[in-house]
Design a protein around this ligand. Structure first.
Ligand code: SAM
Length: 277
């Protein structure tokens, strides 16, 4: 396990993923009944962007670093930027557990899984005073079978955000989406993936279609056309059972992020239903 999210926190991919994550959470928060979020690959929960790791890559400078003021824009963008600002941005950037935990009500729960022992220790420390958050140092993929369906809660979100260090990660991710749908059909699933070139993404979508899964929405943001597979050219979030009107909100949010994250005009956004309900 070489991947450490501290080197990448606050980059364009985090902004895309966390902005969309917050839109989904806002939907869940509309109803009084509690919900569970299972965050299978959690990282540390919050990151200091002045750390040695963050300074080494400087990736955040082309992400949250471009938002030193909150621009006028759609509610989806402004809500996200205000929310992370309240958590310390731009110099402290929340990871997915930090953002999720910040909106939880008493009746909601967050289960975090993180396999790297050091990051799991930091994560546990960060949430030591938050009763609704449980931290597990364990494999997030096997955690699906351990924690789904949620006990006592009928609604929820499964966030799967693997590091893509392994060559078969797309296959593992597709299988994890399938498992999540089977064990918790009422739940929303949001799965992040990198776009280096198009072929693996096409294959990933085909695998999901072939598995017979329904109601799949794909959201992607490209900084540039993915012709050079040695670069992270963009990223995607595959959402199963998206909330009502999420597709329009996702498009609005990503369209607002795009000109700031990819100012040279070579980027693009696509929201596509890859399998109908
Ligand atoms: N979701 C986090 C966020 O948005 O702030 C970032 C997660 S980062 C992309 C992936 C994390 O997964 C890393 O912290 C890595 O240590 C952890 N990891 C790698 N393999 C794992 C596994 N099988 N189960 C759980 N965590 C794993």
């Amino acid at each position: 396990m070489n991947y450490r999210h501290a080197y990448h926190a606050g980059n364009f991919a985090d902004m895309m993923k966390h902005g969309l994550l917050l839109v989904i959470l806002r939907h869940l928060l509309r109803k009084p009944a509690g919900f569970l979020v299972l965050d299978t690959h959690s990282g540390c929960g919050t990151y200091d962007l002045d750390s040695v790791e963050a300074r080494k890559t400087g990736e955040w400078r082309d992400g949250i670093g471009r938002f030193d003021t909150i621009p006028e824009g759609p509610v989806e963008l402004v809500d996200y930027l205000h929310s992370i600002q309240a958590l310390g941005a731009p110099m402290r950037y929340p990871g997915s557990p930090g953002l999720i935990a910040s909106v939880l009500r008493e009746q909601d729960r967050l289960i975090c899984c993180e396999l790297h022992p050091e990051d799991a220790t930091i994560l546990r420390h960060n949430f030591r005073r938050k009763d609704q958050v449980a931290v597990h140092e364990r494999d997030g993929y096997t955690a699906l079978k351990a924690f789904l369906p949620p006990r006592n809660l009928k609604r929820g979100l499964i966030l799967i955000d693997p590091p893509f260090e392994k060559t078969d990660e797309f296959d593992t991710l597709a299988e994890a989406i399938r498992t999540s749908r089977k064990l918790f059909p009422m739940g929303i699933v949001a799965a992040w993936y990198p776009i280096k070139h198009r072929a693996p993404v096409r294959q990933f979508h085909d695998t999901l279609r072939d598995a017979g899964l329904r109601d799949l929405l794909d959201c992607s943001l490209l900084l540039r056309s993915p012709t050079d597979p040695s670069r992270l050219n963009g990223c995607g979030l595959l959402v199963a059972s998206p909330p009502y009107h999420f597709d329009e909100q996702a498009k609005t949010l990503l369209d607002a992020l795009l000109p700031i994250l990819a100012p040279d005009g070579e980027g693009s956004v696509e929201i596509r239903q890859i399998v109908e309900e």
